[in-house]
Write a protein that binds this ligand. Sequence first.
Ligand SMILES: [Zn+2]
Ligand SMILES: [Zn+2]
Length: 380
Amino acid sequence: MANGTDFYAVLGVSSSATADEIKKQYRRLAKQYHPDANQNDPKSAERFKEISEAYNVLGDADKRKEYDDMRRLGAFGGAAGFGGGARGSSRPGGFGGTGPGQPGAGAFTDFDVGGIGGLGDLFSSMFGGSGASRTRARGPEKGQTIEQTVSVPFRTAAAGGKVPVELEVNEECAICRGSGAAPGAQIKPCGECSGRGVISFGQGSFAVNRPCPVCMGRGNVPTERCGTCRGTGEARAKRTVLISVPAGAENGHKVRLRGQGGKGAAGGQAGDLVITFDVQPDRFYTREGLDLIATVPINVAQATLGSRISVKTLGGKKVALRIPPGTSAGRRFKISGQGIAKEGKQGDLLVEVTITVPESLNDAQEKAMRDFAEASGLKF
Ligand SMILES: [Zn+2]
Ligand SMILES: [Zn+2]
């Protein structure tokens, strides 16, 4: 374990320091970094947290002995190890947290050294504070809700369908099959929690249980941890699932997939995955509520003399539409019942015409247009 990253280093005492020396040093540091004396200083708060964590272990003869044993055995793994927090990081390098903000990082896998001492709880019980959290017991906790945005084609949103969504999920580590133990390693009861998987902090009515950070709640520890998952027993994997898009889904529509979010802690159920639809524009249709608007270009002659045109519905069916003589640009024609169907309601398909003007005319067309102009009394 690198110097400067362990509990001794956090307190600035040697590993051979006496209990008295540790206590004195802790009191000195706790006073210096106490939140009351350093309001609005996150660094001090962080430091205070680290100091509390370190003292919570080193200040207790039994815990210290176990810590020393494990430290000797290298049970804390990498250099960051148990004291990862000492470098100002809240991530426990050695315990393989899955990383901040990652989906699936439920309270359990996301457990960081900051939680070992239950800062608030520890603080309250030591200093007699009245923090609301002091009596909060740590029962099963639901995993976190994960949000994800998925792109949905316009027509899929209008008519309903499915879209593929790539999820990041926690899966059992394939190397250790979830045990967190390196191949060939022995599994031994966890010394930190005496195999209980939880640790109590505080006393009496202030006591709170936390998942044991050493065994991560398993109650036992391998003599050597799996290098692939760093002992967490989990691996992140990508899985593609098909999400149903209800007909008429609007942009921003959300779908909640229960149990597909972050892992629960201490036996709590998994969190939910919330998918937000990002409906893409279509080159042909737009939407107005449940009505579909289709813009169809017709030429000057069609607009003037009237015409029959063919319009495709959302379902791909061709519908004939009569354009009456004298139709101006922007006029809408309703094709009933061919809009979006949603919750028993049915919109219409509104065909809006635009008029295209020919960019060039052949001789016959030009003569016809000039005749038309003359007949209309236009002078050139
Ligand atoms: Zn593994
Ligand atoms: Zn344990």
